[in-house]
Design a protein around this ligand. Structure first.
Ligand code: ADP
Length: 288
């Protein structure tokens, strides 16, 4: 038996055992140690304010592994947006460091994409939807035929097949955020960072967008870090939650979310374990 049950790994890298020779467990190479896609190491951020310093983030460390869906929750003003800006390379921490695949982040890494809450400011109103999604691919000099194919693929993935010829202002807020997500995913980032991406839409649309992002994670295998103040949303989406304390923030706790997948807006939210996790995180956030 020389085959492998891991469909992603061919036999090219397999150890040189003779065909038909059973491989004992102790002879198999040890599984490689998991290395994080993203890491925050003692991130500390202070802003200069009125001649003084305002500490937004005190000391935050955590890691995110390939394929994970990690949510960051904390009270308003806890420094969630500040942390996300440091993680994305848009702003350096005052001390400590952030790493993408082991490399210190000093600018936005190519394999990282960010989606913000304010979709109306992230899309170009004078460009049609397809052009908005295509833009980063043009910057990357992706050939025209491939650009077109990827735009179609991503618009279909966010439920907007056929909407490429419309202008953003002809779409609802939820649809505009779908366009922003399609654009963020068009050049196939490994890591998607999202800052309160569903905070500006109504509750029903929010549920739809949550399910859409879970499906995209399944279909494209992208690693996701999503910042939200909404504890229910974090529990619904995440594999793991980084719970921040009040500002100046530290990590209050890293909480695993073992709820079964696929998640379902009615079934999952009615699971007694969901209520238990939500209460636990609420206590951490409020210090109650
Ligand atoms: P959250 O996203 O958790 O609400 P923020 O990261 O937006 O928190 O803000 C954390 C703290 O840092 C807040 O007190 C905020 O007023 C302050 N802050 C954020 N950005 C700046 C800035 N550019 N200059 C000065 N203070 C800032």
């Amino acid at each position: 038996m020389t085959g492998t049950r891991d469909g992603h790994r061919g036999t090219a890298g397999a150890p040189p055992h003779a065909a038909g020779t059973p491989v004992r467990a102790e002879d198999r190479p040890a599984a490689p140690e998991r290395s994080p896609v993203l890491a925050a190491r003692h991130v500390h951020k202070a802003y200069a304010v009125d001649g003084g310093r305002k500490v937004a983030v005190e000391d935050i460390s955590f890691e995110v592994f390939k394929g994970e869906f990690v949510c960051v929750v904390g009270p308003s003003g806890a420094g969630k947006t500040t942390l996300l800006r440091c993680l994305s390379g848009l702003m350096p921490p005052t001390s400590g460091e952030t790493l993408f695949e082991g490399q210190a982040i000093d600018r936005v890494p190519e394999q990282l994409s960010v989606v913000f809450q304010d979709y109306s400011r992230s899309l170009f109103p004078w460009s049609k939807v397809a052009r908005n999604v295509e833009l980063p691919l043009k910057v990357e000099k992706v050939p025209k035929a491939e650009r077109r194919a990827r735009v179609e693929e991503m618009l279909a993935a966010v439920g907007l097949a056929g909407a490429g010829d419309r202008y953003p202002w002809q779409l609802s807020g939820g649809m505009q955020q779908r366009v922003a997500i399609a654009r963020a995913l068009a050049y196939r980032p490994e890591l998607l960072l999202m800052d309160e991406p569903f905070a500006s839409v109504d509750a029903q649309t929010r549920f739809e967008l949550e399910d859409m992002i879970l499906q995209i994670r399944e279909d494209f295998g992208v690693t996701v870090v999503l910042v939200t103040h909404d504890i229910d949303e974090a529990v619904y989406l995440a594999d793991r939650i980084v719970v921040l304390s009040k500002a100046p923030s530290v990590v209050a706790q890293l909480v695993d979310i073992p709820l079964e997948r696929p998640r379902n807006q009615v079934r999952t939210r009615n699971d007694p374990e969901f209520a238990h996790l939500r209460t636990h995180i609420l206590e951490l956030v409020t210090g109650g």
